[in-house]
Design a binder for this molecule. Structure first.
Ligand SMILES: Nc1nc2c(c(=O)[nH]1)N[C@H]1C(S)=C(S)[C@@H](COP(=O)(O)O)O[C@H]1N2
Ligand SMILES: [Mo]
Length: 473
């Protein structure tokens, strides 16, 4: 950012056109909202744009002039745009990685098939064990923290919604259409993401698929927008800065070709740095209220915005629960002495009770549960290695393992694991956590825990594991 000049920019200085003056500064050539380009500024078909221009809807000028803040202009929009340009790619990449982490290759219940919009996927690794905790934590936290920045950016350009005529060329129609997808896209992604984090499935469609399609629409619109606007952004940032200008000396910038500077600016009620500080503190507050959910220890108590983020209960089983046994319809009858784990492989079925599992070699690992909805926690799990169970079933080198829960309904009552996930030495059918038996809510009598596996696939109340060899062999 360029160093702020001691004096405000060269507009609105002296003369009759004080920015506080409702008449506004005199800028006869300004092509701002409501002031059309000269007739030769229309592209083909010129008649169309011209006619549109002449037929101004009643009140068009009044609406355009209702947005009077003198801080609106290329500089503020460019600063906010630069912040988003630097951060949104991280949001997009972590979202893409999360999608891949769900293992779409394995025909999971989620994400559903998205046709040709399926990216080239790779098998999600198990190392480092905190990988999904990181990508998912970044995605959710950043998505929440950027909300004030997105709102400020939209605020800075809102008068453009009311420009008349809406376009002066076919190219501009396309550009404005891409803006519709851009703004609609980010609002849609933010709304569905936040509702998902709150487990509020108010929308009647599948979250993962909708968020995925929305992300592509948004990405395409963003690439278009950045391609068109990058030169403007650079120019605005190279020009004089305003971070040193207090509110008393805040004046509008000179009229800009995009019409961001209001035609009739009102008096400044806030400086540009005030707007940035307000936006930044909003983002910082959200960060403070959010990050705790991704961290263990006392900071978890600060995660006030998250429904499952805070510490539920005490003791070794006192860590967040996604779905309780009661909510999943698991009754004590099913998980009592009569419970059996069924291992299936081609032509073979083995049943084990909990005692038999406890008699096998036990392995202990400290592994995170990283929930798709954003929170995560690391605990110490003990149980039987999945690769030992695979060997017992006669498939020491499985291609996939399919896990099923006692839970009958529910979207997360099954999951599929890759070969790498089954064979990792820390991948467990956990029977105990933090040196005590699993509680009913954490999956008693047995649950899956695998390094770097999305929490949603760490199936609880396991009933059956099917090991498949390549080619079903
Ligand atoms: N059977 C079953 N297993 C499940 C779920 C579920 O709804 N049903 N939720 C999953 C999700 S989304 C998460 S984040 C983890 C959370 O594990 P925890 O509740 O023991 O912390 O369990 C997973 N296992
Ligand atoms: Mo989850």
């Amino acid at each position: 950012m360029p160093t702020p000049p001691p004096e405000p920019p060269p507009v609105g200085h002296g003369g009759s056109g004080q920015p506080g003056d409702p008449a506004g500064p005199e800028r006869p050539d300004a092509p701002g909202p409501g002031r059309p380009d000269p007739p030769n500024g229309y592209a083909v078909p010129a008649r169309l744009w011209q006619t549109l221009d002449r037929r101004r809807p009643p009140g068009a000028d009044a609406v355009a002039d209702a947005w009077r803040s003198p801080v609106r202009g290329p500089w503020l929009t460019a600063v906010l745009g630069a912040v988003l340009l630097a951060t949104l790619p991280l949001l997009m990449v972590t979202g893409l990685l999360d999608w891949i982490a769900y293992g779409p290759r394995l025909d999971q219940a989620f994400p559903r098939d998205v046709g040709w919009l399926r990216p080239p996927v790779f098998d999600w690794p198990t190392r480092p064990a905190w990988l999904f905790r990181l990508t998912q934590g970044l995605h959710v936290t950043l998505g929440i923290v950027l909300v004030p920045v997105v709102l400020a950016k939209l605020w800075s350009v809102v008068p453009k919604l009311f420009t008349w005529p809406p376009a002066r060329s076919a190219a501009q129609v396309l550009e404005r259409l891409s803006l519709l997808l851009l703004v609609g896209g980010i609002l849609f992604e933010t709304a569905t993401g936040l509702l998902n984090v709150q487990y509020a499935y108010l929308f009647g469609f599948d979250f993962y698929t909708a968020h995925w399609y929305g992300a592509w629409v948004f990405t395409a619109a963003l690439v278009t927008h950045v391609t068109i606007k990058l030169p403007r952004l650079v120019t605005a940032l190279r020009g004089p800065g305003f971070t040193g200008t207090p509110v008393a000396r805040t004046r509008p910038e000179p009229a800009d070709p995009d019409g961001l500077v209001p035609r009739r600016p009102g008096p400044a009620t806030m400086s540009r740095r005030g707007v940035l500080a307000l936006t930044g503190s909003g983002a910082a507050l959200l960060a403070v209220l959010t990050v705790g959910q991704s961290l263990d220890g006392p900071l978890r108590r600060t995660a006030l915005l998250l429904p499952r983020g805070r510490q539920p209960g005490e003791g070794p089983n006192g860590f967040p629960v996604n779905r309780t046994a009661a909510a999943a319809g698991i009754d004590a009858e099913q998980t009592g002495d009569g419970w059996r784990l069924t291992l299936r492989a081609a032509g073979r079925t083995i049943e084990l009770d909990r005692r038999a599992l406890l008699a096998m070699a036990q392995h202990t690992a400290r592994l995170p549960i990283a929930c798709v909805e954003g929170w995560s926690t690391t605990q110490t799990w003990t149980g039987v290695r999945l690769r030992d169970l695979a060997a017992l079933a006669g498939v020491p080198a499985p291609d996939t393992a399919r896990v099923r829960s006692l839970e009958r309904a529910g979207l997360f009552n099954q999951a599929a694991l890759t070969a790498g996930q089954v064979l990792d030495g820390d991948s467990l059918l956990a029977l105990r956590v933090n040196a005590v038996d699993l509680s009913p809510d954490h999956g008693w009598p047995a649950r899956i825990v695998v390094p770097a596996l999305p929490g949603v696939h760490c199936t609880k109340w396991v009933r059956e594991i099917t090991f498949e060899e390549a080619d079903g062999g």
